[in-house]
Design a protein around this ligand. Structure first.
Ligand SMILES: CC(C)(COP(=O)(O)OP(=O)(O)OC[C@H]1O[C@@H](n2cnc3c(N)ncnc32)[C@H](O)[C@@H]1OP(=O)(O)O)[C@@H](O)C(=O)NCCC(=O)NCCS
Length: 356
């Protein structure tokens, strides 16, 4: 194990006071990876102390982003925690403000965060930090049972039908979710077989933009980023890659909850957003997780994206955007203001947030 820097140890100890994160580790190794082994720029860590005791934390994680056709250094607001005895004393605001200053002096042109809609941190970002809710970025939580008959029988037909129809899911979709899996498309396109395999390293020569720029906002998913984010991460991720011949066509990253019951699709993209490739990846991940007795698959997806439609076709139920994560953007740069005004679609997944 590599040495862990003292501020990282203090951050991890302080974070541990707030309980586990559902899907990722909160160990010193995790924070060392996130802030000290970042391939672009060291992360910024703010710790507020009273005497020797840490009573608040905030941080910025640098990332390369593709924003409105421009590759820029960006950063994500992370690790916002204040000791319950010291809330509403301005600790979160001071920490994030210090992060905004770090960004301005280190060439970071775009800062964003993903608080829960309406939460205390969401209020703080909007009221104190010059952030705005990005209206064109609506993240939906989506879920699919992988062993659908078991919970169905347990709950009883009546309760399920009542709940589903209240959420106005079409009855056909309900039946598909309860009784079956979506048939997988033929893994064959234009005579070239689509080969899906688990990746433990990445070739250098793939297109980090995944086709011509087409999103208002997208993390630059090049080899450097994917290696850091998934392969060098102290947590375990399964990275599935799709190849057609020698050409890399897309990938999907998944991880399991600590109890092994939930598979979380953290990230995905395909060359030119090819949905046949995405379908092939979804089918393979479902097959692998059913074999491991995983009970459900969950993910986040942007409203209106082609991936959203494919997930629905694959029987993922849309649990909506209202209760989930939202995206706030710091409006301090011209680029950020143009992004906030843009109605172009985003490509944004759970891996673009600090939640995994
Ligand atoms: C969110 C959190 C970090 C805010 O920390 P804090 O140090 O109390 O925040 P600040 O004192 O800087 O408050 C900033 C502003 O946020 C808003 N805010 C903070 N807490 C709020 C609350 N409970 N309800 C409504 N607004 C709130 C207010 O506008 C506040 O400014 P004001 O006090 O002048 O009105 C803290 O509540 C916390 O640790 N919560 C649990 C962990 C968590 O949810 N972290 C966020 C992960 S994204």
């Amino acid at each position: 194990m590599r040495a862990v820097s003292p501020d990282v140890v203090q951050l991890a100890r302080f974070r541990a006071r707030f309980g586990e994160n559902r899907f990722r580790s909160i160990s010193p190794e995790y924070f060392e990876w996130k802030h000290r082994r970042n391939p672009y720029l060291p992360g910024y860590i703010y710790l507020e102390r009273r005497g020797e005791e840490v009573i608040g934390s905030a941080s910025i994680t640098p990332k390369k982003l593709l924003v409105l056709g421009q590759i820029v250094l960006g950063g994500e607001f992370c690790d916002a925690f204040t000791d319950a005895r010291h809330r509403r004393e301005g600790i979160f605001s001071r920490g994030m403000q210090a992060g905004i200053e770090y960004a301005a002096t280190h060439g970071i042109q775009m800062l964003y965060g993903t608080p829960s809609l309406g939460s205390a941190s969401y209020q703080g970002f909007l009221r104190k930090l010059g952030c705005e809710l990005c209206p064109s970025a609506r993240l939906h939580y989506m879920a699919k049972p992988l062993r659908p008959l078991k919970p169905f029988l347990k709950l009883g037909v009546k309760a399920v039908v009542k709940r589903r129809t209240r959420r106005s899911q079409p009855f056909r979709m309900l039946c598909r979710q309860v009784f079956g899996r979506t048939p997988c498309p033929p893994a064959q396109r234009d005579g070239e077989p689509l080969r899906i395999s688990v990746l433990d390293r990445l070739a250098e020569d793939f297109d980090g933009l995944w086709g011509p720029p087409r999103y208002a906002f997208c993390t630059l998913r090049d080899r450097t980023y994917l290696t850091w984010r998934f392969l060098d991460n102290p947590d375990d991720y399964l990275l599935l890659g799709a190849h057609e011949g020698r050409d890399f066509q897309g990938y999907l990253a998944v991880k399991l909850s600590p109890d092994g019951a939930t598979g979380v699709i953290c990230d995905y993209i395909t060359l030119h957003d090819n949905q046949l490739v995405f379908q092939g990846l979804l089918c393979e991940v479902e097959r692998m997780l059913i074999e491991r007795k995983v009970r459900q698959l969950v993910t986040y997806c942007m409203e209106g994206s082609p991936y959203f439609q494919t997930l629905e076709t694959h029987c993922f139920a849309d649990r909506g955007a209202e209760r989930g994560l939202c995206v706030v953007v710091h409006s301090g740069t011209d680029l950020a203001r143009r992004l906030l005004a843009s109605s172009q679609p985003w490509h944004f997944t759970l891996a673009d947030s600090d939640n995994i």
